[in-house]
Write a protein that binds this ligand. Structure first.
Ligand code: PLP
Length: 255
């Protein structure tokens, strides 16, 4: 009998299958784990943009989390899009109960431009969730939005570490430049990773990276190894991206 490493994925559902819970499940599976999928919000979207987010009731979220925590030995938690501020206490309670590494991809705005998070939810995320997070994986725009007073990305990262998250991996796919620089920050240390810039933008790359790192942590890798291998695997999925519609391509996680 084999028991794969269990990754609890608390995410929105993207019916296009590029991002959200489907990205998480495909990633966790491809890397040899098993995803437990709890949906925070249904969305209306395609490969171009998001037009609607409908939050799941906090009580329903709580029941789903409790059922899984009662039954399964969860080894890591990945959090993506959140539906509303009232979901935060429920999620924080699940994290406290599970006592495992938490990777949080703070989805604030769709790649197509739609804002996904209002002020109340953003404030709740900073105050309630960041102190529970092992690794936060914002892109550069998300890092700036979460720490708006900061003058540059290093200062943003310092502010978010002070807000309580233990580590950040700030991704640079949304920045200008010939290559892509991702930077891991923890208190007093910073490490850059350089990747070739592929000649297009993708839908669901952030979810794929965060889920990959969560799976590797669930399998017992240390954070440095999980961050390195998670990026390498995500880069491969982008090199074999799939065309599903008229917008951005999605990571090819299946092969
Ligand atoms: N929809 C859901 C449910 C997501 O989780 C995300 C991102 O993580 C998005 C949409 C936006 O994805 P992208 O910015 O890659 O287009």
């Amino acid at each position: 009998m084999s028991t794969p490493a269990l990754v609890l994925c608390i995410s929105g559902h993207d019916p296009s299958g590029g991002a959200g819970l489907q990205a998480d499940i495909e990633t966790v599976k491809a890397l040899g784990g098993h995803a437990l999928g709890v949906i925070t919000a249904l969305t209306v979207q395609d490969s171009r943009n998001v037009s609607r987010v409908a939050a799941v009731a906090p009580s329903l979220l709580a029941e789903q989390l409790q059922a899984l925590l009662d039954d399964c030995k969860i080894a890591a938690i990945k959090i993506g899009l959140l539906g509303e501020a009232a979901q935060l206490p429920v999620i924080v309670q699940a994290i406290r109960r599970a006592q495992v590494p938490v990777v949080f991809d703070p989805v604030l705005r769709a790649g197509g431009g739609t804002d996904l998070v209002g002020t109340a939810l953003q404030t709740a995320v900073i105050e309630q969730l960041l102190p529970q997070v092992t690794l936060l994986t914002p892109n550069a725009a998300e890092a700036r939005r979460l720490a708006p007073a900061a003058a540059d990305l290093d200062t943003c990262a310092a502010a978010l570490l002070t807000a309580g998250c233990a580590n950040l991996l700030v991704t640079g796919g949304d920045e200008a430049g010939d290559g892509v620089t991702n930077t891991w920050y923890r208190r007093g240390a910073r490490r850059h990773y350089e990747w070739p810039r592929l000649p297009e933008t993708f839908h669901g790359a952030g979810c794929t990276l965060a889920s990959a790192i969560a799976t590797l942590l669930a399998q017992g890798r240390d954070l440095a190894e999980a961050i390195e291998q998670g990026q390498r695997w995500t880069q491969q999925t982008l090199q074999q991206a799939l065309t599903i519609g008229h917008g951005r391509r999605i990571p090819g996680r299946g092969r």
